[in-house]
Design a binder for this molecule. Structure first.
Ligand code: SAM
Length: 240
């Protein structure tokens, strides 16, 4: 990768991620509600509260998919602010764009890779990536890009699956490796995609590792909140 080429493994991961999200796009919202028993809505509302975003701010939703966070943030920034929804996957972005239009939200939707954001330096007050970072091939590159486009004083928020409190790990493993693919099969006729999701959750860096990765990407005062005993963590870092 030294010369910007991707290895076969990296290309394979990017292709697999593309396939998975193309395949789950239409059922994505339903599955989110079922899999998290509706909790993802509370986690997203909490994220908006922690962001400190105010009317007039500029917010970038990275890997925004079906646009839940774009919608919540657009209520926060009001008419004088702006939210931009981005995602690498055309099928997911189409679902998000249509939903935002149906809700009457003026949120532009742009297809792009988080590892190469088409925005100038120091442009946004807040960048959010929710349940997206673990799917990225070069997480360090994506984090560096997200910090690049933040204004000084801006915040990066990363909402992502994380390491669950140890005593709960056996139950959580049974849930994600047995029940999750089964629900994927029953509700979306797609056990494979949900098996991939369970695996990608397990491989994702834990709370402290992600904190260090954000510091390495140039963010400061990085800290995190554990939600649902660490099933999910919300990391927040500042650009100084
Ligand atoms: N943020 C939304 C939410 O919280 O409901 C959607 C999350 S969905 C689980 C993950 C999204 O990450 C998918 O829509 C996928 O297309 C996107 N994604 C994966 N790799 C990406 C990349 N390199 N750049 C931008 N988006 C990416």
């Amino acid at each position: 990768t030294h010369f910007g080429f991707q290895t076969v493994d990296e290309r394979e991961k990017a292709r697999k991620v593309g396939e998975v999200f193309h395949s789950v796009a239409r059922k994505y919202d339903l599955m989110n509600d079922v899999m998290s028993a509706g909790l993802h809505r509370a986690w997203k509302r909490f994220t908006v509260e922690v962001s400190g975003v105010r009317p007039g701010d500029r917010v970038l939703d990275v890997a925004g998919g079906s646009g839940d966070l774009s919608r919540l943030f657009s209520n926060k920034v009001g008419q004088s602010g702006q939210v931009i929804l981005t995602d690498i996957n055309a099928s997911m972005l189409a679902v998000g764009r249509d939903r935002l239009i149906d809700d009457g939200k003026a949120v532009p939707a742009l297809q792009c890779d988080a590892e190469q954001l088409p925005f100038p330096d120091e442009h946004f007050d807040c960048v959010i990536v929710a349940f997206g970072l673990r799917n990225m091939t070069h997480k360090d590159k994506a984090l560096t890009e997200m910090q690049r486009v933040l204004k000084p004083g801006g915040r990066l928020l990363v909402l992502e699956f994380s390491q669950v409190w140890k005593p709960l790990a056996p139950i959580y493993d049974a849930y994600s490796f047995k029940l999750l693919p089964l629900m994927g099969k029953l509700l979306a006729n797609d056990a494979d995609s949900y098996r991939y999701l369970a695996e990608s959750i397990r491989m994702h860096p834990d709370q402290e590792t992600l904190k260090q990765m954000m510091l390495d990407a140039g963010l400061s005062k990085v800290d995190y909140y554990n939600l649902a005993a660490g099933v999910v963590a919300l990391h927040k870092g500042w650009k100084t």
